[in-house]
Each structure stands twice: as C-alpha cells, then as structure tokens.
Design a protein around this ligand. Structure first.
Ligand code: GDP
Length: 300
C-alpha cells in the first residue's frame, strides 16, 4: 500500500491537491467552482461524473459551515470514493469448471500493456500458489509471443505458442487444452488488439472466445487500457465493449499520468469495474484497484 501510494502520488497528487486547494479558498465563488470543474475535466473524470461531483461538493460545503482543512479532506475523500463504486466486486475470477482451469482472456489495443499485464498477472497467481499456462494468441505483433514466453520463464509458467501470423483462436484452444492436460489452475490468454476494423476485431476475439468455451467456462475478459491516452482510451474501450463482454478493466501506466480521473470515466462508460492497475514496467507493478487507497494517493 505504501508503495502504491508513492507510485501514484508521484504523478497523481496534482488532482487531489489541486481540488483541496481550490476548496480551501477563502472566497469559494462561482469562478472557483468553475476552476474545480475544469480541474476534474482536465484529469479525465468525464463530463457527467464531474457535474455530479461538483453538485455534491457544493451541497456538502454549503452545509459544512466552517471549512477546516481536515473537514474538506474528509469530505472530498468520501465523495471521490463514492464515485468510484467502493462496493463493486473487483476480484479477478479464475474458478474455471469442474475439470477445467480458470480462463482469463486479456484484450486491448496493441501498446496498451496487454502482454506485460498478462505476465504480471501470471506472477501474482504463481506467487499465490496457482499453476499457470500462458497462451500467446497475439500472433499479429511479431515479438509478442517471445515477450510473453520471457515473462513465463521468469515467473514459472509454460507458454503455448504457434507460428508467427498463425490463427489466434487455435493457439487459445491449444493453450486451454494444455492447461487441462497439465491440470493447471489458470490459463491466461494474450490476444491481438488490431483496431483496423471493428468486424475484424469482432471476428477474431469472438472466435477466440468461442473456441475457449468449447473446453469450459471463460472466467474473465479483461480489457487493458492505457491511462495516459485519456479520451482516446475511452473510445477504444467502447469499441471493445461492443465486440466482447468485458468483465473487468486493467488500467495501465497510471504511474505516468496525472489524469487518474480516467478510472471514474471508464467505469461509468462501460459499467464494468476497474480490477487492476499498472504502476510501472516491472514484475511487481500490478496492483488490485482499491478505491480508498487510490483516493488517498490522489489527495496525498
Ligand atoms: P501490448 O502491445 O499491449 O502487449 O503492450 P506491452 O505489454 O508490450 O507494453 C507496451 C509498453 O508499455 C512496454 O514498454 C511496457 O513495459 C509498458 N508498460 C506496460 N504496463 C505499464 C505500466 O503500468 N506502466 C508503465 N510505465 N509502463 C507500462
């Protein structure tokens, strides 16, 4: 938690600190409320959640009377946590079927951190005592399978891969088959994120999903989004959500942006919880998303 705080705080502080400074102004007038709104919009919180939050803050500040720094901090903390859906179920499901391993499909546009996230997730699972098989179904990007295999070797998970440019669905199928044969606990499937056409993407991811489900249940479809891409990331998220049923979001590169508000916007947009966050390129830089800890890091 401490590490999460420092990692996030390095880039995120500006949002929370900025809001607190504005709320503490002696003269909390219309211009200041507008500045508060701008601060939220600039941090990618999104229009509707921003308006909602500002309305709530106005109301609460009005009945607060004296604005002490501690009072404002507590109030802002509560409202931000509430906006993040503190009660959403954020566990990554890996139960699988009676005779089949848990299966998690990792989707997202190339470059968002899909392969890295798959590797980090494998590490978390292995550290938790689960045996993991990796499926390198991103056959579009030449180096993706090598990259995933390197992660696999590092964490102790076998990687199933096919020929370059091969059929992603057949690799996914083989990976789950291998997982069953080995009696593995979890199979993680890295997919390709070509956004050339929506139907192309739909065909490919749909096919991967279908062949995986021939073996047994698919537990999760995690969408990886790069937090630094802001509104663009939201557009991508929408496309993926139209193509497959996303069950959770992984927001990567939160260490590299002050725009943490994207967490709020994307959950709103997709109606799906952010389950994991990426805080760096290293093997330990994947954390469960915890609204309270996140907001504490925001406020500093
Ligand atoms: P993919 O094409 O979606 O599979 O993306 P990669 O997994 O290859 O990641 C693209 C780049 O982003 C790599 O250089 C990763 O090291 C980097 N990356 C991934 N996740 C994070 C993160 O949480 N923080 C930072 N700073 N970099 C990340």
């Amino acid at each position: 938690l401490v590490r999460l705080r420092t990692r996030l705080a390095r880039s995120q502080n500006s949002l929370g600190k900025g809001l607190l400074t504005l709320l503490s102004r002696d003269n909390l007038d219309e211009d200041t409320w507008e500045e508060i709104e701008d601060t939220l919009l600039t941090a990618d919180v999104g229009v509707a959640p921003t308006q909602e939050l500002v309305e709530r803050l106005r109301e609460r500040v009005r009945i607060l009377g004296t604005r002490t720094p501690d009072g404002l901090r507590a109030l802002l903390r509560e409202e931000l946590v509430a906006l993040l859906g503190p009660d959403l179920d954020r566990a990554v499901r890996t139960e699988g079927g009676a005779e089949t391993p848990g299966v998690v499909m990792v989707v997202g546009v190339n470059g968002t951190g899909k392969t890295t996230t798959t590797g980090k997730l494998a590490r978390v699972l292995v550290a938790d005592g689960r045996s993991v098989v990796l499926g390198a179904a991103d056959t579009f990007r030449a180096a993706a399978a090598d990259q995933l295999q390197t992660w696999g070797e590092r964490v102790g998970a076998r990687t199933v891969r096919g020929p370059e440019g091969g059929d992603p669905a057949s690799i996914a199928f083989d990976a789950v088959k291998e997982g069953i044969a080995e009696g593995a606990d979890v199979v993680l499937i890295d997919t390709a994120g070509r956004l050339h056409t929506k139907t192309g993407l739909m065909d490919e991811l749909g096919k991967v999903k279908r062949v995986v489900e021939k073996h047994g249940p698919l537990d999760e479809i995690l969408l990886v989004l790069d937090a630094t891409t802001g509104q663009n990331g939201l557009v991508q998220a929408r496309v993926f959500a139209e193509v497959v049923d996303i069950t959770g979001i992984v927001l990567t590169k939160l260490d590299g942006t002050a725009k943490g508000g994207i967490v709020i916007a994307v959950q709103r947009e997709l109606g799906v919880p952010v389950k994991l966050i990426g805080l760096g390129e290293g093997p330990d830089d994947l954390a469960p998303f915890e609204p309270e800890a996140f907001v504490d890091a925001l406020i500093g």
